[in-house]
Design a protein around this ligand. Structure first.
Ligand code: RAM
Length: 883
């Protein structure tokens, strides 16, 4: 039986408030049969869930496409819900019933849909330079028989909404961080069930957030503006067909909140004695409140929410209450996490407690905050004197494993503290597990590195006075991220910000959204995020639209490089971070030994090759030819500059060999020599890496791709410094910024730049999933339409098990080695895809090509005995191989 399941619109289940004019829908096929491919589909769009008012039908379309099918012919209107359903036909002569109905709902599509005005608190309520958060409120009457109600809202700063005393929605850090001067997201909430006939009240609290709070390490604030403000419009549709609108204007009232200070980096200061119970409820006495003021700001930047909002995704119970040698009371959550602490406290009105955050304890076991630099990471709470008071902040987040308690009474209980984990709430889609507990801990650390640094933008770190969208870090980690979560909407939003903040000449700022100086742009391997990020989304999700959307940004970056210096085929000018934090750096330098112009030219070639492929995917033949030629010219210039006539690379670092081999810049003898040189360097370093941010993500790939699988495994399994497992053996629960964040003797690398939650080196995950478990996609049929399963077992492991829930469904690759050496591989391939399964040691010459899909024995879980050295082309289903 064939079923169509898991319908998505723009990657989301029943999204509301979207503004996409040609929404794309995706579905999965469910079947018990093997080797199922879709041969045709039909889509219906209707105005009602019963499909009695059909707006559009695709008719039966002969096609195997089941992802990103564009709805092109429906004229999309504002505030409208569109129901859709899908039917599918398969190569087995089978057809499905209509799927269950799904929907998407539009938000306000035109600026003319808005009657609301931007409002803020007057200076009498919050003085202009004050830190205090304002409250805004409005009470209003509604008639009976409300059919539907929506709130469309955004803020300059951050907002939290309440309606009749209850919090609206479960999103945090709204409206999210975008390039605010160009793009500001609007959130939509279904508030139908929160309203009542008669009197109602709505309230908002505002915070400074990324808009006007402190950002960056140079004590900058008010980067986007100094006045925080709210824009909100509520539409109420009645059963009788009438519509009412409640919108922000000067009729709203303003007051000061108990939040005396709230800053992303610094924490929150709260005086519970200033609470005004019932402030967002009907019947509250607001006569002491002042009238809100209009804030001048247009509507042209408004866009609908693009990525999944930040939500509370988990709670962590602390594991220990510690008295440190200094006599301080410290709580250990057992996990370096990002979010905040919810706590209960008892005491007299007016007494104050403080909570400080830290990632590590120092060598003596004392609380250590120096690596937070100027970030104060402090929650300060003044009690109102109730029996028990519970508090959690709202406009700040901290990266921490430990908290220090100040002013709590002696009887403090662990149970009074809960770590609340917050990050962009993307669907988790991948798992990896193997027989080695340390590698499993590494996998855990990679995942927590992602959680902590995907809080609306991909950040370098979540704790110190930085937390910025460093382009290089994002580029290095994105492929790994695609194996853990569906990061397409997250990086689509960020890519649009990259394009928005890109310089006119194509230069790319170091961080996106850009909050650094005008000069802070265009380092090689950082700016290349402009090309690598969209290409990776295409590879992982088959998303062609991201390539279309970003194409001019991608081109602009490559042409920026072309304009640098006198030789259009080399990049040997300007500032570059180089192989950042490479271990072959000179003393007191952050920059690894690999020549910066070498790295710059290698990445120039790489980005150009991806751009050429992108042009080909988009059917831009002339461009594809142009970039193919440019690529050849760059490689020729690179060869002349960096490869001796005898084929030796003039730059003799690990990273130099790695980039040359990874980007395919060498042929023949030169390639062999680079592999040999890399192995020589490996021996020299006793099989330890010296690579930094640039070389590390590719190192193991290069080794395993060039016949050095054992060395790749050896590196992964090293436990002494420097290695991935070194930090694991030192108790890391996330990925460190430095290979020696904590040294062998327990001392710290430095205090000024020492994050314990930096995902960049977590890019080894990509190798674990793609090579150890062996799950990969095919450039020619991206998004896992054609899958490669080619696990490469290493002697150190007796089994590894990876899974990935792709746009088509779940892939699984699990191999195991019995004590007697017998191997087994279990593979699961989702419907409407094909897979090439390559057994370890397979010889590609012996590929068993057959008609797609290859029909194996009928039924699930059959066991195929195959000879070693065989690869086969398979359709969907479960396969088991033994050899
Ligand atoms: C550091 C950041 C980031 C890196 C840049 C070059 O400040 O933490 O990881 O990309 O420098």
């Amino acid at each position: 039986m064939l079923e169509v399941v898991d319908l998505r619109c723009e990657y989301k289940v029943n999204p509301i408030g979207i503004d996409v004019r040609r929404p794309r829908i995706s579905w999965k096929l469910k079947t018990d049969e093997r080797a199922v491919l879709q041969t045709a589909y039909e889509i219906e769009v209707a105005a009602d869930a019963e499909f009695s008012r059909i707006i559009w039908s695709s008719g039966k379309v002969e096609s195997d496409q089941s992802t990103h099918v564009e709805i092109v012919d429906v004229q999309i209107a504002s505030s409208t819900r569109y129901y859709y359903r899908v039917k599918s036909w398969s190569n087995k002569g089978d057809s499905s019933d209509w799927s269950a109905a799904a929907f998407w709902e539009t938000g306000l599509l035109h600026t003319s849909d808005w009657s609301a005005h931007w409002i803020g608190a007057p200076a009498e309520v919050i003085a202009e330079d004050a830190e205090q958060s304002p409250l805004l409120r409005k009470s209003f009457e509604l008639k009976a028989d409300i059919r539907q109600a929506r709130i469309y809202t955004t803020a300059l700063g951050l907002y939290e909404l309440e309606l009749n005393g209850a919090r609206v929605g479960d999103s945090y850090f709204t409206p999210g961080w975008t390039s605010y001067n160009h793009r500001l997201q609007v959130q939509t909430y279904d508030v139908t069930s929160m309203l009542q006939e008669g009197e109602n009240a709505i309230g908002a609290m505002l915070g400074k957030g990324w808009y006007s709070g402190n950002l960056g390490w140079q004590d900058q604030k008010d980067i986007y503006g100094s006045q925080i403000a709210l824009l909100l419009q509520m539409h109420i549709w009645y059963e009788d067909g009438s519509v009412e609108t409640i919108a922000t204007d000067e009729q709203w009232l303003a007051s000061a909140s108990p939040v005396l200070m709230s800053e992303i980096y610094h924490g929150e200061t709260y005086d519970a004695r200033l609470e005004q119970p019932g402030w967002s409820e009907a019947g509250f006495h607001d006569s002491a409140w002042q009238q809100a003021v209009r804030v001048e700001r247009g509507l042209s930047q408004l866009v609908a929410q693009e990525n999944e909002p930040v939500r509370k995704t988990g709670e962590i119970k602390p594991i220990a209450l510690i008295q440190t040698p200094k006599g301080e009371t410290v709580i250990d959550f057992g996990q370096n996490m990002v979010g905040w602490v919810r706590f209960r406290v008892r005491g007299d009105a007016g007494s104050t407690i403080e909570i400080h955050h830290a990632e590590v304890l120092d060598n003596d076991g004392n609380f250590y905050m120096e690596n937070m630099r100027s970030a104060k990471v402090t929650i300060c709470y003044t009690l109102k004197g109730a029996d028990v008071e519970t508090y959690e902040p709202r406009f700040t987040f901290q990266g921490f494993r430990y908290i220090r308690l100040i002013g709590f009474d002696a009887g403090v209980q662990l149970g009074d503290f809960t770590g609340i984990v917050l990050h962009s709430d993307m669907p988790a889609i991948g798992t990896f597990e193997c027989s080695d507990p340390l590698i499993n801990q590494l996998q855990h650390n990679i995942e927590w590195g992602l959680k902590g640094n995907f809080l609306d933008v991909p950040t370098d770190c979540p704790q110190r006075d930085e937390r910025l969208g460093w382009t290089g870090d994002a580029q290095m980690f994105i492929r790994t991220a695609t194996y853990l979560y569906n990061v397409a909407p997250f990086f689509t939003k960020w890519s649009r910000d990259l394009a928005a903040d890109q310089l006119e000449n194509g230069g790319v700022p170091f961080v996106i959204p850009n909050v650094l100086s005008k000069e802070s742009h265009s380092s090689s391997a950082w700016g290349d995020a402009a090309v690598i990020v969209p290409w990776t989304l295409y590879m992982a999700y088959g998303d062609q639209r991201i390539l279309e959307e970003q194409y001019s940004s991608m081109k602009a970056w490559v042409s920026y490089i072309q304009q640098q210096g006198d030789n259009p085929f080399l990049w040997n000018t300007g500032f570059h971070f180089g192989d950042w934090l490479g271990l072959d750096a000179k003393p007191d330098s952050y920059v690894g030994a690999t020549d910066r112009d070498y790295i710059a030219t290698a990445f120039y070639a790489y980005s150009t090759s991806l751009l050429q492929k992108t042009a080909a995917v988009l059917g831009k033949t002339e461009d594809a030819e142009y970039y193919a030629k440019l690529y050849a010219d760059i490689v020729a210039a690179y060869t002349e500059e960096f490869v001796t006539p005898a084929g030796r690379l003039s730059v003799s670092t690990q990273t130099a060999q790695v980039l040359a081999l990874m980007f395919g810049l060498l042929q023949g003898k030169a390639k062999e020599r680079a592999v040999a040189k890399l192995m020589e360097l490996m021996e020299e370093s006793k099989f330890h890496l010296t690579t930094g941010f640039v070389g590390t993500p590719y190192l193991n790939h290069v080794l395993s791709d060039h016949g050095q699988l054992n060395t790749a495994y050896r590196l992964l399994f090293q436990q002494d410094y420097p290695s991935w497992l070194y930090q694991v053996t030192k108790g890391a629960t996330t990925i460190w910024e430095h290979w020696d964040g904590i040294r062998e003797d327990g001392s710290f690398w430095s205090k000024d730049m020492n994050s314990y939650n930096h995902y960049a080196y977590g890019a080894i995950g990509d190798w674990m999933y793609r090579c150890v478990a062996g799950i990969d996609t095919d450039e020619e049929k991206a998004g896992y339409k054609h899958i490669f399963v080619r696990p490469q077992p290493g002697d150190q492991l007796s089994w590894a098990d990876g899974s990935l829930n792709t746009m088509y469904g779940s892939i699984r690759s699990k191999w195991s080695r019995a004590e007697d050496g017998a191997m087994e591989l279990l593979v699961v391939i989702p419907p409407n895809t094909t897979a090439t399964i390559v057994l370890p040691g397979a010889d590609s010459d012996k590929t068993m090509e057959s008609e797609i899909p290859l029909q194996q024995t009928e039924g699930i879980s059959s066991v195929e005995q195959v000879e070693n050295g065989v690869s086969m082309l398979a359709g969907s289903g479960e396969y088991r191989f033994t050899w």
